[in-house]
Design a protein around this ligand. Sequence first.
Ligand SMILES: Nc1ncnc2c1ncn2[C@@H]1O[C@H](COP(=O)(O)OP(=O)(O)OP(=O)(O)O)[C@@H](O)[C@H]1O
Length: 298
Amino acid sequence: MAILTVENLHKNYGTIQALKGISFTVPKGSVFGILGPNGSGKTTLLGIIVDILRATSGTVKLFDETPTREHRKQIGTFLETPNFYHYLNAVQNLEIAAAIKGHGKEDIDRVLQMVSLDQRKLSKFSTYSLGMKQRLALASCMLGSPEVMIFDEPTNGLDPVGIAETRELIKKLNKQGKTIIMASHLLDEVEKVCTHVAIMQKGTLITHGHVDEILVQEDIVETGAADVQQLLSVLQTYPGTAKVKMNEVHVEVSFPPGTANLEAVNQYCFNKGVTLNHLRLRKKSLEAKFFELTQNNK
Ligand SMILES: Nc1ncnc2c1ncn2[C@@H]1O[C@H](COP(=O)(O)OP(=O)(O)OP(=O)(O)O)[C@@H](O)[C@H]1O
């Protein structure tokens, strides 16, 4: 069963086309990252999914059906830091949130424990750090144990410890069988927690699918020799390479991740009469991959 299916979504703000025909499916049990630079349309997309914005055209389906109130009750959302009452403590704030969502109070202790706020549950919201405020927002989202949770930039403004805690929480929720949909502009974050990713650029979807397929990394062997043209032609015959290209003074040979063998490359060149004066293994970063994808679509 698909948790969410969006088909050909368009959204215009006056003359600005924020979404230009977005289609994808979120599988059950996935952590689905919507990745894109600022202004690519992530927040607009999430707004339409959670029904606070209306699409200009296109459809959204939840659990393979046209969304109803009952479907929406199974979705917890955290789109921006909510306006909790500053003079109330965590429990009191969550009591109000639970009442608004039509849930009882019995779930409050569980969600506070999940976000490690149980020790501070009686402190006023105004005394909380930004990280604690974000965690309380996540706790509020988890009230009633919804099947699906939607987060917009859940680690925004957090320090490294806060980021790691949020990441662990998302993983924990996913292990419990929850489906998480999250927007982020941080590749690293998406790579560490997401099983699936959709990459957006200026209102269009560049690519989407399983993280391992989309953000596939490469091993790049950087080589140098006195005669680089000769080196290039030798390496073009090297078995098992994905790509061979000149890069300023070096020849770069790409291999699927984990398959590059420096000694073998060195030996091969030597056997063909080329002595290397430079040999280095580089891992292609996700940033580079993302940059490449978005640059190609400018
Ligand atoms: N209410 C609005 N009125 C007019 N234009 C808007 C409005 N909201 C968003 N936009 C525009 O729509 C485009 C997509 O914005 P959106 O906020 O959805 O992107 P985003 O990927 O979430 O960006 P960010 O990471 O900066 O939040 C941008 O060009 C933005 O300026």
